[in-house]
Design a binder for this molecule. Structure first.
Ligand code: PXL
Length: 263
């Protein structure tokens, strides 16, 4: 059977994050992946690997979504980096044009090197237009703080509280990720389904962030949902997949390692 997994996200030119990581994840997990590109991020190796960010013309984003959704009966989509309020509008309008079994939103607010000011506009648009459409949202620690309005998230209890507050913004399921920055020896994720809390823990792999982990987790959830898992099972499988990818990570000349999908 053909399981189709669709992603609307940015390109990251080193291939570690964004659409490239998403499509590798889809392929590794046995789905047929297709992608719509929203923006192009090219790190600048001459300026400490900060981001050069170029949005795709909003109409071209709309055209890509039109082509993908006309060619196939898609019912599961991942939303990654959108980048600008104009792109968010186009994507929100296009998503509303059909029903989806699952909309998995990785609420990418800011990448290393991006202007915090630009991220605030994007935050508001994402919160107002995209989160209400999400069935699953996967904030990291920073995003969980911004979206919940909590100033500090220092413990698993705080992360649970943040997940509950984010659920009030519309998504059915919230996967709040502690990552390496939440204090403790474990990488903890909290899954809140509106009623119950499930806590997933694995020993931390090192103490440095590995590029592409957030993209890969949300893409793996999307692929597992496309294949028919329920959300809890999809999240647990996705966490195993990312943990394996972090253990098998790739090092190059950039000052950060990258998840290897299918390691
Ligand atoms: O990891 C977040 C992310 C998502 N999407 C794109 C990115 C990044 C971070 O660099 O460039 C396109």
């Amino acid at each position: 059977m053909n399981h189709l997994a669709y992603v609307i996200a940015g390109s990251e030119a080193t291939g570690g994050a964004g659409l490239q990581a998403d499509l590798r994840t889809f392929q590794q997990l046995g789905t047929y992946g297709l992608g719509t590109v929203t923006c192009i991020v090219s790190f600048d190796p001459k300026a400490n690997w900060t981001h050069r960010f170029v949005p795709i013309e909003p109409q071209v984003v709309a055209d890509q979504i039109e082509a993908a959704t006309a060619a196939y009966d898609l019912d599961v989509v991942k939303i990654g980096m959108l980048g600008t309020p104009a792109t968010i509008d186009v994507v929100a309008n296009a998503l509303a044009g059909q029903t989806w079994r699952h909309v998995v939103v990785d609420p990418v607010l800011i990448c290393k090197g991006q202007e915090p000011g630009a991220a605030l506009d994007t935050d508001t648009a994402l919160r107002e237009r995209i989160l209400p459409l999400a069935t699953v949202v996967t904030p990291n620690l920073f995003e969980a703080g911004v979206l919940s309005g909590m100033e500090r998230i220092d413990s698993v209890d705080d992360l649970v509280e943040a997940a509950k507050r984010i659920a009030d913004l519309g998504p059915r399921y919230v996967v709040a990720k502690g990552g390496v920055e939440l204090p403790g020896d474990e990488a903890v994720d909290v899954l809140f389904d509106g009623t119950d809390v499930e806590i997933l823990r694995v020993p931390k792999v090192g103490r440095e962030r590995v590029a592409g982990a957030g993209c890969t987790l949300a893409a793996a959830i999307t692929a597992e949902l496309a294949k028919g898992s329920d959300v809890s099972e999809a999240v647990r499988r996705a966490k195993d997949f990312v943990t394996a990818g972090i253990n098998g990570r790739i090092s190059g000349n950039a000052p950060f390692d990258t998840v290897r999908q299918g390691a």
